[in-house]
Design a protein around this ligand. Sequence first.
Ligand code: PLP
Length: 421
Amino acid sequence: MDHFLYKNGALHAEDVAIADIAAQVGTPFYCYSTATLTRHYQLFTEALSPLPHLVCFAIKSLSNLAVLKTLADLGAGMDVVSAGEYLRAKAAGVPGDKIVFSGVGKTREEMQLALTGGIRQFNVESEPEMRALSQVAHGLGLIAPITIRVNPDVDAKTHEKISTGKKGDKFGIPISRAREVYAEAASLPGLEVVGIDVHIGSQLTALEPFETAYLKVAELTHALRADGHNIRRLDLGGGLGIPYARDNSAPPLPMEYGEMVKRTVGDLGCEIEIEPGRLISGNAGIMVSSVIYVKEGEDRDFLIIDAAMNDLVRPAMYGAHHDIIPLIEAEAGAEQRAFDIVGPICESGDTFAKGRNMPPLTEGALIAFRSAGAYGAVMASEYNSRPLVPEVLVRGDHFAVIRARPTFDEMLSRDTIPEWL
Ligand SMILES: *Cc1c(COP(=O)(O)O)cnc(C)c1O
């Protein structure tokens, strides 16, 4: 469910007409709904209650400070994968003890930043990383709380580029070697083992791969406790999928996910952490664009729009589907026509949809890409020297620009021509 609905035939975000935002901000832009972000966060906390838990929003899915503050004010923790994301979490007012640090290649500088700024835990992904963290923490006279990310060798049955829990993926250590690696962790100075971490992929549309992985984590919890480790936290990762097309069979709901968590690891007495990104932010955002030209081709017609793959890369990168709807609702029974919907960039990959049925649209018509909140703005670039796409946040009947479109001058001024040139 989300809060982008037609009212009197005009698409709204909550109580704001999207066309009013477009008139002020210009297209393309991203628009997020506070009510949807809030609802999705709360679905997870309700689903995990009464277990002790912390929902850590995966910042990489949508990292605007205003969005992070919206979630932080509700009590959310944050999952970060870089120094920049760590600093975003802090800037949004998240205390260090609600920030978990994930990622396969944390540098020593990043470790130092988080150790001195405050951190809930590092999710360690390899032995060399664990040894480096031990050195950095010990050198600072600090203790780094850690979990070790285990790779449970489970097929997440999702897109290969976002599957992370199979043997051969670059993430975590094989679960079969976990006891050995935990033993080394316990022997190293500057580290304190607090739990186990697992994350098997993104956009999962079934519970069964999660369930298989979590049962393995439960078994490992018993084994590690028997080895003398104080396993008191389980970080179960993110990855629950969202419906991208309205005719899709719906992925499991947070409530069903929560029931499965309780069933698999609920009786271990551990605090549960989860790291959802997409399920909180995905359907809380749309990307709005306008039609530049309607081009009639030889065997197909094109809608050439002012958004491009640099603004929303998911279709080009993952072959992803986004529902695309007009801002003015089509009349019931209105005639539809198939279009290829494309951006202006000189690459055939700059195609958002092929043969998509749309109501009649003319030059200047506004359209919205649904489910664009996650892995949308954060993956945008200035390819083709197109200024970075702006972001807007709606709450109730008002909105604010939360990242302005850079001017051409700002964009050019970031380059430097050396004196000797
Ligand atoms: C990407 C990622 C997430 C979030 O994944 P979603 O599919 O957006 O929920 C959580 N944890 C880790 C370690 C990740 O890499």
